[in-house]
Design a protein around this ligand. Structure first.
Ligand code: G1P
Ligand code: ZN
Length: 548
């Protein structure tokens, strides 16, 4: 084998964020940016000689070139086998599924998730461990430490591998198997849900769905599952051809960026059910006819109705949600008498709970929902789960939500994002909040919008109940006496300046008040957030960039 040892030097800033290392494509294109990080990953792992690595990405610009680089480095570093998706494609949940099913040592996923793609867009890379989940902080920090002391990387002098054809080839001593990116994942999903009932609903002619793949990775998965296996009419999937730049769009399934789906679902002849997924297929948005389901509510509804799906008929072990996610799921867990866990933002924190069998369902307010079937959130899984519930309950999406709120009360919820804020201003804002934490509890704040009694204020810290690891500074929480709360944190996935996220939540038990519009219901909290953090003054912004 023609292994080359190339001298290199550390590159600053290769610290993985909420979900891997994300930078502009133009940064990743500069050799040895990617090479250094991949070598830092391999240098952080033990005992992988001869083992299997899973490799794939969301197909965005630079995916194909990066895959070839990583294949050669995997060969030179001594992996025995790489399972790579055809044309370098694997959605994030599919990669997790393949790692688990084929008992791989780990996997590398190339994606910047919902961030825009193309030559001027974003690129990303993350490492997943043998359980199929994102590497925990212990490993991501080791990768970062190794990136800071690199002196060389290993690669192979060899031609590129043809990734268009399924099958096995050799790259030096490495066995490269090009696999169907959809089959394993589709088979797993078919084992969890009642495909006969869902198929009958989709073929009935009285129920229509619209799935928006946003020109991202879920197109082929949606075609195989909704159209081929379940028999939905061809037009049920839109924007189903993956493009390297996602058609110039922002592949984030939220009401702002999934405009076409929202327009379709709010038209006079709207379908009964709408859904979208993001760049790498792990997020989901659920929409009824003229009705948007918040991700926090979606988690709660799935938890409450879980036993309707065959894969969950035995009940749930517990549920987990990220801290900023609304407490709607907590109410369901309480009623079901099952465990409920609050974790920091980022899917990697669910891994231990899932592995230990403490929880079955997990969710984040950022349009992520998933279960113990893989170790990533899973967009198409969430859509199938909803279809299974709809097929069983024979109610509209809106009716299911209204019924849910009647039983559990409604957690009004919204997230306000201020994107591309000056980093120093954003850090200053967080420091300003931290400085108030000690004195806020017990205070009454008088605003034109009302009087607010602060009950608690802290910077969220989490102790993992399975391995005892501690994660601090995970977001500023301000809790009010009536159970409402405001949470502030800075994004760990952006590539330009800082993104301030403000999470607002208010619980209303009385069904007579469940028809109030969300931003109106949260008006007082929105004013309070500005008062506490000085958002307008410090960021210079009057309104958020994105409201979800
Ligand atoms: C965002 C979301 C978070 C999610 C992550 C990866 O991270 O808020 O819930 O896990 O993307 O999809 P953030 O940018 O807030 O750090
Ligand atoms: Zn994603």
């Amino acid at each position: 084998m023609n292994v080359k040892t190339i001298a290199t030097r550390p590159i600053a800033g290769q610290r993985p964020g909420t979900s891997g290392l994300r930078k502009k494509v133009t940064v990743f294109e500069q050799t040895p940016y990617l090479e250094n990080f991949v070598q830092a990953i391999f240098d952080s792992l033990d005992g992988y000689a001869g083992q299997t690595l899973v490799l794939g990405g969301d197909g965005r610009y630079h995916n194909a070139a990066a895959i070839q680089t990583i294949l050669k480095m995997a060969a030179a570093n001594g992996f025995g086998r790489v399972l790579v998706g055809r044309r370098g494609i694997l959605s994030t949940p599919a990669a997790s599924c393949v790692i688990r099913k084929h008992r791989a040592y780990g996997g590398i996923i190339l994606s910047a998730s919902h961030n825009p793609g193309g030559p001027e867009g974003d690129f990303g890379i993350k490492y997943n461990t043998g359980n199929g989940g994102p590497a925990p902080e212990k490993i991501t920090e080791a990768i970062y430490a190794n990136s800071g002391k690199l002196t060389r990387y290993l690669t192979l002098d060899a031609p590129d591998v043809d990734l268009d054809l399924l099958g096995s080839t050799k790259l030096g001593d490495l066995q490269v198997e090009v696999i169907d990116p959809v089959a394993d994942h589709a088979d797993l999903l078919a084992s969890l849900f009642d495909f006969d009932k869902i198929g009958a609903l989709l073929r009935s002619g009285t129920f229509r769905m619209c799935f928006d793949a946003m020109h991202a990775v879920t197109g082929p998965y949606a075609h195989e599952i909704f159209i081929k296996r379940l028999g939905a009419p061809a037009g049920s999937v839109i924007n189903g051809v993956p493009l390297e730049d996602f058609g110039g769009g922002h592949p984030d399934p939220n009401p702002t960026y999934a405009e076409q789906l929202i327009a379709t679902m709010f038209a006079d002849d709207a379908p009964d059910f709408g859904a979208a997924s993001d760049g790498d297929g792990d997020r989901n948005m659920i929409v009824g006819r003229r009705f948007i389901v918040t991700p926090s509510d979606s988690l709660a509804v799935l938890a409450a109705n879980a036993t309707l799906a065959p894969g969950y008929a035995g009940g749930l072990a517990g549920v987990a949600r990220s801290m900023p996610t609304s407490a709607a799921a907590d109410r369901v867990a309480e009623k079901l008498g099952i465990g409920c866990y609050e974790t920091p933002t980022g899917w990697k924190f669910f891994g231990n709970l899932l592995d230990a069998g403490k929880v079955t369902l997990c969710g984040e307010e950022s349009a992520g929902t998933g279960s113990d079937h893989v170790r990533e959130k899973d967009g198409v899984w969430a859509v199938l789960f909803w279809l299974n519930v709809l097929a069983e309950r024979k109610l509209s999406v809106e009716a299911i939500l209204r019924d849910h709120w009647k039983t559990y009360g409604r957690n009004y919820y919204s997230r306000h994002d201020y994107e591309g804020v000056d980093s120093a201003a954003a850090n200053g804002l967080v420091e300003h909040l931290r400085a108030q934490l000690a004195t806020l509890p017990g205070r009454r704040l008088e605003l034109p919008q009302g009087t607010f009694h602060v009950k608690s204020a802290d910077d969220f810290a989490y102790t993992d109940p399975v391995d005892g690891s501690v994660s601090t500074k995970q977001g500023i929480r301000v809790g009010l006496a009536d159970g409402s709360r405001v949470v502030f944190r800075l994004s760990g996935t952006g590539t330009e300046g800082a993104t301030l996220r403000v999470y607002l939540e208010r619980y209303v038990a009385d069904p007579a008040q469940h028809a109030i519009e969300t931003q109106q219901a949260l008006g007082g909290l929105i004013a309070l957030a500005d008062q506490l953090a000085g958002i307008r003054e410090r960021t210079g912004r009057d309104t958020p960039t994105v409201i979800t």
